[in-house]
Design a protein. Structure first.
Length: 158
């Protein structure tokens, strides 16, 4: 907080992120599509602040994330899909005192093409109803991930 104006924030310190990201997508055959990605990140404080020492890990930056999504066309107008998302543990706040555990979540979906450009879609997030924490706003305001959730949508294109 700015010592001269409590309604303003003054940026202090510095941070750096080293890492890489890979993504791939393609068709295994005429009905099966696969998409995946992996990211490795090392985000750390390079110049100390009042809240963090130099070398501390930046909050909410997992070292590893991975996702894989498969879609299979079971009929010319219908497809099913499934995938996984993995995230390694990460710190909730810049002081590195609270760790959000890593998690793996499975999701699934079904799609049905209707007449005249309409599409019906159903998604199930967190298929196995695992408990996990998705993000945080500091060490004491931690948000859980959704329990098993079904979403149905009807869409069109024109």
């Amino acid at each position: 907080v700015d010592p001269n104006d409590a309604t303003r924030i003054v940026q202090t310190g510095a941070q750096r992120t080293n890492g890489f990201e890979l993504g791939i997508s393609g068709r295994v055959n005429s009905r099966w599509t696969v998409m995946g990605g992996y990211a490795s990140q090392d985000a750390f404080v390079t110049s100390a602040t009042a809240a963090a020492r130099a070398g501390a890990q930046v909050a909410q930056v997992p070292h590893h994330t991975f996702s894989l999504w498969n879609s299979y066309q079971v009929h010319p107008r219908a497809s099913v899909a499934a995938g996984i998302t993995y995230r390694s543990d990460m710190f909730a706040g810049i002081d590195n005192s609270v760790t959000l555990p890593g998690y793996t979540r499975a999701d699934a979906a079904a799609y049905l093409s209707l007449r005249r450009g309409w599409r019906l879609q159903a998604n199930v997030e967190n298929l196995f109803d695992r408990r996990y924490f998705v993000n945080a706003d500091g060490n004491t305001n931690i948000s859980p991930g959704y329990p098993r959730t079904l979403r149905v949508a009807l869409g069109t294109s024109f």
